[in-house]
Design a protein around this ligand. Structure first.
Ligand SMILES: [Zn+2]
Length: 136
């Protein structure tokens, strides 16, 4: 599986998880990983696996395409328990279904994002309403 950015992920027993960093000096958790802590500039950092579930902070439906996404598609901000706010594509719900609600529980999935120049599928994280049925 080709990932858009392998540095964002770590293989776990439950599959791929997002990996950020935790500052050993002040405890700040950051994602994606940075060279130093964004809160205290310490470079004493450790990997920190992020939760695969969070809540939907806000979302919008986009009708103008970018080259690798077919409109309409939904993007949103998902808040993780680690106080990380992720911008993410929202999947497994059509924009016109009106199922999305602010503060609803969301779960991360690894999903196809686009094809690269060679036609190979490229995957990235997305979020979907928790418990949404798999589309496959
Ligand atoms: Zn820090």
């Amino acid at each position: 599986m080709k990932l858009l950015d392998p540095s964002l992920f770590k293989e776990t027993e439950e599959g791929l998880a997002l990996v950020g960093q935790k500052c050993r000096t002040c405890g700040k958790i950051a994602f994606p990983k940075k060279r130093v802590c964004p809160a205290c500039f310490s470079d004493d950092l450790e990997d920190k696996l992020l939760s695969k579930t969070g809540t939907l902070h806000t979302f919008t439906c986009t009708y103008l395409g970018v080259p690798h996404l077919n409109p309409p598609y939904v993007i949103g901000f998902v808040d993780l328990p680690e106080k990380i706010r992720l911008l993410s594509l929202i999947t497994d719900c059509e924009p016109w279904d009106e199922v999305l609600q602010v503060d609803m529980p969301m779960e991360m999935v690894i999903d196809k994002l686009m094809e690269d120049e060679q036609g190979e599928d490229v995957y990235c994280y997305k979020f979907r309403p928790k418990g949404a049925a798999d589309r496959k």
